[in-house]
Write a protein that binds this ligand. Structure first.
Ligand SMILES: [Zn+2]
Length: 280
């Protein structure tokens, strides 16, 4: 795999008010590609003082992909969800004890959604490389750029993460080390260069995890991806304890997100496995 640097133009804004004052011709909608079962006790870190008495409980949550349509830059996906192989095999053809299990109905795979909506895919951004966010790459076009954050591919192990990136010749990496830190959420990059779509460095769930902000005419939308799994993470202020690379870092990241949402209550927020809602 050839890793290339994702080139972007630095936006000089210093705060989000300035960003939100200039909304863009960009829309976002979600597709559900199957479901995954998570445990409440892993989703809300039981060791956190605010967690209370978290009980073991299985939660079946949606696996989501976001479709961003930009007036000039065309159709973009944020994450790739699941491909059709999961319709007949909950492991998507992967083997091993650490392989995740998902449920996918017919006509729910990402390529189906793309065709169904007449999407002409130009670019795919992946928040991180977990199966429920990246497996769908297997049925997406090969001749478009795929973009992850720097550091994420270093952790990529085919025996755990699967063959999702197979056949791609190159991957673009976003380097957040030079990114503008916009308080309170931190390193943020205007990835299309016009203020319409931002990526925000939110490490913890994985080393290079990133979230997104869509600055459209209908108001700003923050897509936390797996920096918060469900709304309860945002409401309680407790980050996940399981499924997480660095629990402390994930907690710090979640707190920054919550601070951001409190400061900008007009922002609608979608956690990684939950629907969009007006702030917290
Ligand atoms: Zn994940």
């Amino acid at each position: 795999m050839k890793l290339k640097k994702y080139i972007y133009r630095k936006n000089k804004v210093e705060n989000w008010t300035e960003v939100f004052q200039n909304p863009c011709q960009v829309t976002v909608r979600s597709f559900q590609t199957g479901t995954v079962k998570i445990n409440r006790k892993g989703t809300l870190n039981p060791d956190h003082p605010l967690a209370g008495d978290v009980q073991e409980e299985e939660l079946e949550v949606p696996i989501l992909v976001y479709w961003v349509r930009h007036k000039e830059k065309g159709d973009i996906l944020l994450d790739a969800g699941l491909d059709a192989s999961y319709i007949t095999d909950p492991y998507g053809g992967l083997e091993g004890s650490s392989v995740d299990e998902f449920k996918l109905g017919e006509h729910k795979n990402i390529a189906y959604h793309i065709q169904d909506h007449g999407i002409e895919l130009k670019t795919v951004f992946l928040s991180h490389l977990h199966a429920d966010h990246a497996a769908g790459v297997r049925e997406l076009p090969r001749d478009i750029p795929y973009i992850i954050s720097k550091g994420e591919y270093d952790e990529y192990q085919p025996e755990v993460h699967g063959d999702f990136l197979e056949g791609l010749e190159e991957l673009y990496e976003i380097d957040f080390s030079q990114a503008t830190k916009i308080p309170p959420i931190g390193s943020s990059i205007d990835i299309l260069g016009d203020g319409s779509l931002w990526t925000i460095w939110t490490p913890g769930h994985t080393p290079g995890h990133m979230s997104f902000l869509v600055n459209g005419m209908e108001g700003p939308v923050l897509l936390t991806m797996d920096a918060a799994f469900i709304h309860e993470n945002l409401e309680t202020g407790v980050a996940p304890g399981d499924y997480t690379w660095n629990v402390e870092m994930a907690q710090e990241t979640l707190e920054k997100i919550i601070e951001f949402l409190r400061e900008y209550p007009q922002v609608r927020v979608g956690p990684g496995h939950g629907t969009l809602k007006l702030s917290i």
